[in-house]
Each structure stands twice: as structure tokens, then as C-alpha cells.
Design a protein. Sequence first.
Length: 354
Amino acid sequence: MPGLFAEVRDGDRVWRGAAGCADVDTGRPVTADMRHRVGSLTKTFTAAAVLRQVESGQIGLDAPVGRYLPKLVPGERGDAITVRMLLNHTSGLAEYLPYAYPSLKAFPVLADTGPQSFDDHRHTRFDPVELIEMGVTAPAVGAPGGTPGVYSNTNYLLLVQLLEQVTGTTAEDRITRDVIERAGLRDTELPTGSHVDGPHSRLYESWFGMIDPPRDYSVYDMSWVGPSASLISTVADLNRFYRLLLAGEIVSPSSLAQMQRTVPVVSQEGRLIEYGLGLHPMEGSDHPGQGTFWGHGGTVWGGGALAMTRADGKRQMSLAVNMQRWNRLDPSGRPQPHPIDEALATLCRVAMYG
């Protein structure tokens, strides 16, 4: 792992740490205040913006998405899939990424995938409507409302379109006004270009050892995920956001309760997890009775982040790493255990429980 940085909070006590380098060529060190692409942690922000519209009566949480976006999800599916099902990944809509990135077409069979499309699309400006169509027209991965759900970025690109439809402005503007500015976040933004402004690390993608040495993808057009996974933030801002969210200061307490109603969902890694509305609970199995942590994880090409906040809001950790998919594949095509996995797990245990 080239570099990692994190912030841990326990009430008013704060620890920040960084180790390693932000650039393997120059040896420039990572620092705890660096701005970072945080991937699907964006989904919590998007979900919060949607729930703000639910609170104002502009969106019905259990209304059919076809009421708002009949051209994007037409016919019976548009009538059957609700806004809630998009938020908690129980819509049955497939992931569009293997169709947008041809070298990933065999996903989730990792051994038959390749990283070639990453370079092909470094500067591609994707049309979100076209990405949504790829997911909607692909074979369904489940029935609307059925469980376990299947994690899919198609759901959140539709929520982005929903926000724009009901507010008459861009989702970036709505998320910025209703969530980022409401939380008082100074180093968080949804990017419009391919660069990360301010101090940041390069982002090294390994793709399960198929890119050796790992390649830098820190400059990248993020329209391939848009406001479902393109957020740039800092570990301090992430902790502030989740602390305020769980205190009922970003959305109402009743909306927060909806966000914390979970269903079983198959993650992109193929694990069965509990998932709410843009929030993911994490229980410390080796510390029973010490509380549930809520948050989200996220990855982009080369970068990863994780944020966890205890339900009472007092104990928090956010971390960022500047390499992804470090595991090699075993003969059956499954990621092999790696020392980095255990090191991260140990860091999380110490950070959460002291």
C-alpha cells in the first residue's frame, strides 16, 4: 500500500495519522488533510439529498419511479420499482459498468476481466442516460422489492436523474446546497473536471495484479459514475458529515430512521450485507454489545475510502487509501487474502474500540 491516512474521533478527542507516499516516483508523503476521491461514500450524500426532497413532499419514498422518470424506467418495471428500492438496491436493476467498460464484461468473474477499458475511458464523457439504459435493458438481477437485493450503481444514477427532475436544477447543485453546505463541509465537492483540486495523492490501480506495477488514475473523467460515486472529500469532512447525519441534523430524525431500516443486499464483492438507504451498518463481532457503526465504503480506479460512525455519534473513523484491488486471484478466480486486508481490519478494530 503506497499510502494511507485517517482521522479517528472519540467525543472531543481527535487523532489524525498518515503513512507512506502520495507519489511513488517522488516519494512525496501523504498527509491527513489530503483531498481524496471517496467513491460510493457519495451515495450517503445522494440519499440524504433525496430524503430532503421526500421531507418537502416533492418525492414519495414509496412512489413508483415511473411516476417521475417514465422514459428511463418504462412500463411495468417503472410501476413496480419504487424510490426506496433504488435507495436500498432492491430494484432488481443490473449494474451498468460491465456494459460501459467492455474489458469488465465478464464481471463478477474476475479472472475473465481486464483493465484495458480503464485507459480507454480516462477522458470519456459518459451520458448518464445512456449508462442508465445499459443497466435497465440488461437482464434483471432480481424482482423489484425482492431480497436479497443486488448493489448496483444504476440505482443511484436514476436517483440523480430523479433529483434533477423534481428540483429543476442539477443533482450536483442540489447535493451541494442541501447536504454539503448544510453540513458545513469546506473541503468536499462533486467535481466537474477530471482533476482533484488542492493537496491530493496519486491513485494506483492494480486490478488484482493485472496492472503491475499499479498505474496512476488520479486524473480521470468521473462521469462514469457521476454524483453516485464521484465525491471528493477529506477524512475530517467525512467524520463531520456522518456525525451530523446520525445526530439528525442533515435529514430529520424520521428520515434518518428510514435510512437505518436495512435489508439484505449482495455487495459488489459478492458478500451478503445489511443495507439501508445509502447507509451500511457495521457490527463489531469481536466486541459484542459495544454498538453498531454506520457508514459506507467506496472505491474508484486506484482510490478507496471508508467511514464509520458509532450510532451515538461519539466514536468515528474515516480512512483513505491510494491503491485498490491489491489482492491477487487464486486459481478459481477469487481474490486471495492479503496482509493489507488484515492490517486494515486491525486498524479498524483499534480505531473503533480503542
